[in-house]
Design a protein around this ligand. Sequence first.
Ligand code: GLN
Length: 280
Amino acid sequence: MMVRQALHEATQYLKQARCDNPRLDAEVLLMKAWEATPTQLFIRALDELPQKVHENFQDMLEQRYQRQPIAYITGCKEFWSRDFEVSPDVLIPRPETEHLIEEVLKCYPDQDAAYDFSEIGTGSGCIAITLACEYPHAKILATDISEKALDIARKNAAKHGVLKRIHFRQGDLYQAFPNDLSPLDILLSNPPYLSLQHMDDIEQELRYEPRIALTDQQDGLSLMRQILSGACRWLKPHGYCLVETGLGGLPETHKPLVLDHPYYDLAGILRGGLYHHKAL
Ligand code: GLN
């Protein structure tokens, strides 16, 4: 079958599954099946699709028809212009989480300093690894409750050459922190913040993602509250705690941890908050 025709049929097929961007999905999957760049796909539009590639493409289309996320089918997702391996053991990195990186860069513009950072619930490792790449002298502790997620994060850290500067530890929230951890310049987290109620009407793709990375099974803020209320024990005086959030908003905190400012995504929606440790 001709490439152009295969793409047309695939698009129709994915439309039936009510995918949001059927044409784009079909192109991305065909590029993956053929290991082709967008330009190569374009110039091959009138070529015959090789049999083997066609078979791989069909397999991927069937997965997508079941509304599996593209990133789980291709096994990778871009974050802050770098590629990360992903699997159903980790949350798929979201573009809006890049705002978290922007906030760190605004807090600490000197990228050559030797900061101590820590991330709770690292998942694919995209946040911790991006920070390790952007701050080549920083030391980072990255934790997750899931050992399987940490396996993926370690692979991603190795791929980006920062495995030596990130200490990965398994455990629930602060239980994963070693007692002798150096005081932190910034503690950050993109915790599970969807409420249990919200989980009833999530889109089909989200059902493939790890539930423990999406929801606290309560009001969506319980883990964030625990992170914020424990933060000062680990922060330097004047260190920061940065969290991503969703519809639940930002929890109140008590002195000495005070909200410095909320931040918003490109659509103007509240996305997170930067809290400041105002120690005397
Ligand atoms: N950002 C995800 C979503 O709304 C939720 C991930 C999370 O809870 N941290 O789809």
